[in-house]
Design a protein around this ligand. Structure first.
Ligand SMILES: Cc1cc2nc3c(=O)[nH]c(=O)nc-3n(C[C@H](O)[C@H](O)[C@H](O)COP(=O)(O)OP(=O)(O)OC[C@H]3O[C@@H](n4cnc5c(N)ncnc54)[C@H](O)[C@@H]3O)c2cc1C
Length: 391
């Protein structure tokens, strides 16, 4: 498809990384459907991602990564390509950054040196454990605790729906803590093999995902396992979201592009009433509306990621806008694409049916659309307050 990428002035470095990601998805094309049906790590997919070296984009060069800092635009571009090929591959790539970024920004040199080179080389899989049974969008409501006992930290509680649980080697874990000035939220880095950590699969999703629940049963870790200062967890969580939320938008754009290409190919070749579906006005409209959706989503996504490259925290609202716009657009596009393809759009485990299922969770995780819209509307009104009076 002729695409806005042409006009967005991506430089040679960005083009090169897009090509690397495309070579990887081509190399794993034969195992993509099988991997996307799995809720455990696919060993062949892991080996292909490791061999590609792309996970090095998730860690700073000082700790084995490929660039000085983790770059939101590059991550976005890679996820766009990977998600089009395989949600399993996209998720494995994304989690290396999402699960480790709090170490990058909030860890000590010792923590970074211990974990980040192995994240970059994919020797270690990362996990970010925030969600609990009673704390989803409302993370301040977590009940997993950390307490100090005999100079050590004791983590106790249950996390739910954690990506990579069962495969991850560590969990950056959000915990509640009693502090001198009242309860606060802290982050603790818990190795998955620490005594008292156990995992079990979460319920299977409509689009399978490596997902599990994690129990921390009085897990004892040294005080050095803290990430950042006690009570300051949300600052590190926000830093992570500031870099990676927009990458969900990138993945959604890739998924929507893949779905639209499936539908367009079908509309050109399938004939009804003596002419290709494409020549039936309502079908052409479905395709045109979808292409508009894809390009609008891509432009907002690249713009937000470019802003985030300059100052990720300052660009967080733009990233939320891109995440909402692109994931909602992807849902519309896959729905229209299924319609264009008629019964062929409904065949289980066909590429279009996989896209259809995979699009749905994207509007829920890393900030449900409705929750993000609250923040977007608040920012809009705050910016209007600061703007000069209207003419
Ligand atoms: C595939 C997948 C992978 C995941 N991976 C991880 C992971 O690695 N680590 C992790 O910690 N968690 C993970 N999660 C959990 C995910 O972060 C939560 O599902 C998400 O935060 C939403 O929480 P919830 O599902 O409890 O929905 P709830 O918070 O119960 O919200 C349900 C719905 O209510 C609405 N809503 C809620 N609050 C508001 C509000 N204030 N204003 C308006 N509307 C509102 C929204 O429409 C929302 O969709 C994952 C989830 C999925 C599906």
């Amino acid at each position: 498809m002729d695409s806005s990428e042409k006009w967005f002035a991506l430089g040679p470095a960005e083009r090169a990384v897009q090509e690397e990601a495309a070579s990887l998805t081509a190399a794993v094309a034969d195992i993509s459907a099988e991997a996307d049906a799995m809720s455990e790590i696919h060993p062949g997919m892991r080996e292909a991602l490791r061999a590609s070296g792309l996970a090095g984009l998730m860690v700073p060069a000082a700790y084995g990564g490929r660039a000085e800092t983790v770059d939101p635009l590059t991550v976005c571009l890679v996820r766009e390509v990977l998600m089009k090929g395989s949600s399993h591959l996209d998720s494995m790539f994304a989690l290396q950054g999402i699960g480790s970024y709090a170490i990058t920004v909030g860890g000590t040199d010792a923590q970074r040196a211990q974990w980040l080179p192995r994240v970059a080389s994919l020797e270690t899989l990362a996990g970010l454990a925030l969600t609990e049974e009673h704390a989803g969008s409302d993370l301040k409501n977590v009940s997993t605790t950390v307490t100090e006992k005999n100079g050590e930290l004791v983590v106790h509680g249950e996390k739910a729906f954690i990506s990579n649980a069962g495969a991850a080697d560590f969990f950056v874990t959000l915990v509640k803590e009693d502090l001198a000035d009242g309860p606060g939220l802290s982050l603790v880095l818990v190795p998955a093999d620490a005594p008292g950590v156990s995992t079990r699969p979460s319920p299977e999703l409509i689009a399978p995902h490596v997902l599990g629940d994690v129990t921390f049963d009085g897990v004892v870790v040294p005080p050095e396992a803290r990430l950042g200062a006690p009570g300051k967890a949300m600052s590190l969580v926000l830093s992570t979201l500031a870099v990676f939320r927009v990458s969900v938008a990138g993945a959604a754009v890739g998924l929507a592009t893949g779905a639209l290409e499936e539908a367009a190919r079908h509309a050109r070749t399938r004939e009804q009433f003596g002419r290709p579906l494409l020549k039936h006005g309502p079908v052409a409209q479905l395709l045109a509306d979808s292409w508009n959706d894809v390009e609008m989503a891509r432009l907002l996504t690249y713009q937000a990621a470019s802003f985030a490259r300059q100052d990720a925290r300052a660009a967080l609202n733009r990233s939320s806008m891109a995440k909402v716009a692109a994931t909602e657009a992807a849902s519309r596009v896959v729905d229209r694409s299924v319609q264009v393809m008629g019964r062929w759009g409904l065949i289980a485990n066909s590429p279009i049916e996989r896209y259809y299922r995979q699009a749905r969770p994207m509007r829920v995780y890393e900030g449900a659309s409705e929750v993000l819209k609250l923040g977007i509307a608040t920012t809009l009104c705050a910016e209007l307050d600061q703007a000069p009076p209207a003419r």
